[in-house]
Design a protein around this ligand. Structure first.
Ligand SMILES: [Zn+2]
Length: 520
């Protein structure tokens, strides 16, 4: 079989690059066969040259990284009277062009709807279209015995080990503290990690009415009705409830300094909690809500909002660099200007969501590594390894090691590119990072051993990606939780029983709970 035959697709040798994992960097060759890493070592190429069917890629002077894992996307999501324009095809193509080889999206049932049905619906949308591997979190938007049972089935049989609860979007997705307690308890029982969208939804709904009454109808109203404290309060509440039931907690899209501090403090208190900043929050800020162009301002609307405090992105990056925050997603949920315009007269009707699935790796390299805040190993940790560990994909994903999936990016740390809606692969007609010059450019993206992106050209087929099931009880998360159950569960104090008199109110003296005429 010649170099263009099937074998050419299945055997690759990446030569002379600097292979970067979260704990070690070393110059070594990587041999890929049948979609997995077969060997690592120096001079894997025999002296007589490449055998037939082996494609050799020269990576000298370049970095060889595990492909990115985007922990948070909403592709073709029906939401707020519209549907996000990056679907599972375009969205995963864009991911690959940016060096991301796996996404985790959300199956979200309506209140009263079946979780299993939502899961199957999202599978039916994604499976024929995805160009990279993917997995699904499932949302718990209401509570009943059915929901509880379906969570168990999803964890046991369907490969779902993470469930997201919304503390915002009142009347649509929001659940209260009692439901959170029940959902967290069930997550704990079935070995899943609980995720929260942490904002006080009741407060937002009331404050939004106030803004509209004040005549504030533009995108700035979106931030004004849900300032930082609204996010920080819910974050602390979720941590308090999760801690009470000893359930691991993952806070999605940490957007503010105060919410990030709540998470950092909780981690220092020993809580099992993880915070996920997103590319938008690390790369730009909420001053855009005051932009004079309505469409410009509207394109930044997402919940929780970007913060107008311009020191926020740098602060979040510092915490990400120093392990107060753990993973990175994008909340990629894109709407074109004409869709955003559903809220042209009322900011509460602007479909929430921003881009980032293509931009995340470069934005984090630029703001994190190029700035000197984190090294290349920490970059790998926060863009793939930590996510793989938390969501139980490790070391199949998030690591370049023998036996791991060959999801690999050849990365040029010195090259630059300018992010623009004119050149990006995302379907949306706007880019919140427009004009940002990023060091750190993916030269080649390899998905399960196939070169899917090279020199700016995508070579993908819809449906080539696979659904990756995830087993419950991820050790990285649950080892501590289970140990605490054994050692930290309170027991009754042993003491001498009280044997004296017990004073009791006699029914005829009582005015509580009885009516006078019953006891004349
Ligand atoms: Zn989201």
């Amino acid at each position: 079989i010649g170099p263009r035959g099937p074998l050419a697709m299945s055997r690759l040798l990446i030569r002379g690059g600097r292979v970067v994992n979260d704990d070690l960097s070393q110059v070594t060759d990587v041999l890929v066969e049948d979609g997995v890493v077969r060997a690592l070592g120096r001079d894997l190429l025999p002296p007589e040259g490449a055998p037939t069917g082996l494609r050799v890629i020269d990576a000298a002077g370049k970095l060889v990284l595990p492909g990115g894992i985007d922990t948070h996307t909403h592709l073709q999501f029906p939401f707020m009277g519209s549907r996000s324009v990056d679907d599972f095809h375009q969205g995963t193509k864009a991911a690959l062009a940016g060096g991301t080889t796996m996404i985790i999206d959300f199956a979200i049932p309506q209140k009263g709807g079946s979780l299993l049905e939502a899961f199957e619906t999202w599978r039916s949308w994604a499976d024929p279209k995805v160009c990279c591997d993917y997995s699904l979190h499932v949302a718990v938007t209401w509570w009943s015995d059915q929901v509880k049972e379906e969570m168990k089935i999803l964890a046991r049989d369907k490969g779902v080990n993470s469930f997201k609860m919304f503390m915002a979007y009142r009347d649509l997705y929001m659940v209260g503290d009692k439901e959170l307690y029940a959902a967290f308890s069930q997550c704990k029982k079935i070995g899943a990690i609980a995720q929260v969208h942490a904002e006080n939804g009741d407060l937002i709904a009331e404050e939004a009415k106030k803004m509209l009454a004040l005549g504030i109808t533009g995108p700035e109203g979106h931030e004004l009705c849900r300032p930082e404290a609204v996010e920080a309060e819910a974050t602390l509440r979720a941590i308090t409830i999760a801690s009470a039931v000893n359930c691991p907690l993952y806070v999605v899209h940490v957007m503010s300094k105060s919410a990030a501090k709540v998470i950092a403090d909780a981690r220092r208190d020993g809580k099992v909690v993880y915070g996920e900043p997103i590319a938008a929050g690390l790369g730009t800020d909420g001053t855009h809500y005051w932009n004079k162009e309505w469409h410009h301002a509207a394109h930044y609307v997402m919940g929780p909002p970007l913060r107008p405090d311009p020191s926020t992105p740098g602060f979040l990056m510092n915490l990400l660099a120093n392990d107060d925050l753990t993973t990175t997603g994008t909340d990629n949920c894109t709407f074109n200007t004409c869709q955003k315009a559903l809220g042209k007269d009322d900011f509460t009707k602007i479909p929430n969501g921003v881009n980032g699935v293509e931009d995340r790796m470069s934005v984090i390299w630029e703001k994190g590594v190029h700035s000197g805040k984190m090294d290349e190993n920490r970059f790998v940790a926060v863009t793939s390894t930590n996510a793989a560990k938390i969501f139980n994909l490790y070391p199949r994903k998030g690591r370049i090691a023998v036996g791991s999936d060959a999801d690999i990016v050849i990365w040029d740390p010195k090259a630059t590119r300018t992010i623009s809606a004119k050149t990006h692969h995302q379907a949306v007609d706007f880019n919140i990072f427009e004009g940002m010059v990023c060091h750190g450019v993916p030269l080649v993206t390899i998905s399960r051993g196939k070169m899917v992106y090279e020199a700016g050209v995508l070579n993908v087929t819809a449906g080539e990606g696979k659904f990756i099931p995830r087993k419950p009880f991820a050790e990285y998360v649950y080892q501590r939780i289970q140990q605490r159950d054994q050692t930290c569960t309170p027991v009754p104090v042993e003491r001498e029983p009280y044997k004296g008199e017990v004073s009791k109110l006699k029914p005829r003296d009582s005015t509580v709970g009885t009516r006078k005429q019953d006891h004349p």
